[in-house]
Write a protein that binds this ligand. Structure first.
Ligand code: ATP
Ligand code: MG
Length: 362
């Protein structure tokens, strides 16, 4: 069986470091191993509109921001198909048919959707499109026959929902759709990177992000304003690591070579953590180190983005070509789905012939 990757992001803002460690970095690594037969990376504008229906300009403006972030991180249009969801009408058709295979109560149980409804204060006025976005996500994944979906932990319930739809479809209509596997980050700190406020997941909609394209001064300001251990008041006090965002970020971003470069008095992260827990290590020192680490990680991405920004029409061209290619693939799957569901009347010569015979006997 072919190895096919599909994943994507909503164009609701520039991409942030949570996206990077949660999914983007993995995609680039996998892309460069050459192990995959096809890689599809989708800018999910139709999904973004499900909770931004009254703000289409926001979605429109952020398409290019997300595409720039993709390519700045190393997604290469020669190796990966970058495309825009709304340009593939087949995805809507697939969603429409999958809706028959999912119950309202099943959607209501989705913990991520539940949390997102609360966060957006939708409660009594949930747009139907938003409520059903896990179904449209199943259409995205299955349209490309994806075997692997690299995402952050918040996407687990969506992949579960997709698998249920695949199983139900295949059992009712015959083996047609491919069962996808979720690929979560190996590093626990990257599953759901918290925001700089330490409260919730870093999310474009919450304004608690460090963006991939952030300028050095802003990275520094954000790092120095980060949540740590509120009980760690004096340097000599013992400090806690649990819930300490600065250490979570170090877990996510620090590489061994950053110690000799920026903090040679420590061997590694374990030593730094032990000192913090014992007492005698101030937050400022840890933040200075984290700032150096993030500056080193983000500088090459920011520089590549600045280069790419010089030719914006070329980026739109990449997306246009990618969308054309993606549409051809989705159209093939849709025709298989329609055949399985017996709604392919005009392609079915046998049907026309037997009906003709039936009527000629009347
Ligand atoms: P929005 O607030 O508009 O939903 P978002 O910041 O949650 O935006 P998405 O576009 O919904 O971003 O998510 C894109 C991908 O990035 C998904 O695979 C998601 O799991 C992953 N991701 C998003 N935020 C994080 C995070 N804080 N930590 C790890 N992975 C994340
Ligand atoms: Mg999200």
């Amino acid at each position: 069986m072919k190895k096919i990757m599909l994943t994507g992001d909503r164009p609701t803002g520039r991409l942030h470091v949570g996206h990077y460690v949660g999914s983007l970095k993995r995609r680039v690594e996998l892309q460069n191993t050459g192990d995959f037969d096809e890689i599809f990376i989708m800018i999910a504008d139709a999904q973004a509109l499900t909770d931004n229906a009254d703000n289409p300009e926001k979605v429109r403006q952020n398409i290019i921001e997300v595409a720039l972030d993709y390519m700045a991180c190393g997604l290469d249009p020669e190796k990966s198909t970058l495309f825009i969801q709304s340009q593939i009408p087949e995805l809507c058709e697939l969603s429409f048919y999958y809706m028959n295979l999912v119950t309202v109560s099943r959607l209501q149980r989705n913990p991520t959707v539940k949390a997102e409804i609360q966060m957006r204060n939708f409660e009594a006025s949930i747009p139907v499109g938003f409520f059903t976005y896990p179904i449209s996500q199943a259409a995205d994944i299955t349209a490309f026959k994806a075997t692997t979906v690299p995402v952050g932990e918040d996407q687990m319930p969506m992949i579960e929902q997709t698998k249920e739809i695949v199983h139900k479809f295949n059992s009712v209509y015959g083996e047609t759709l491919v069962d996808p596997k979720i690929l979560l980050p190996d590093n626990a700190a990257c599953l759901r990177l918290p925001g700089i406020d330490g409260k919730a997941k870093m999310s474009k909609s919450l304004g608690n992000c460090i963006y991939l394209s952030e300028e050095p001064e802003d990275i520094k300001k954000k790092v120095f304003s980060m949540f740590t251990d509120p009980g760690h008041i004096r340097i000599e006090d013992p400090g806690k690591l649990e819930g300490n965002t600065v250490f979570t970020y170090l877990d996510a971003f620090c590489r061994p070579e950053y110690f000799p470069e920026f903090l040679p008095e420590y061997e590694n992260l374990d030593e730094l953590k032990a000192h913090y827990q014992r007492g005698g290590l101030g937050d400022m020192k840890v933040k200075r180190f984290l700032n150096n680490v993030l500056q080193a990680e983000l500088e090459p991405i920011r520089n590549r983005r600045k280069e790419l920004q010089k030719d914006i029409p070329a980026i739109y061209e990449v997306l246009k070509k990618g969308s054309e290619k993606a549409e051809a693939v989705a159209a093939q799957t849709l025709s298989e789905v329609k055949a399985a569901m017996k709604i392919n009347y005009f392609d079915d010569e046998e049907l026309i012939k037997t009906q003709a015979e039936k009527f000629s006997e009347r």
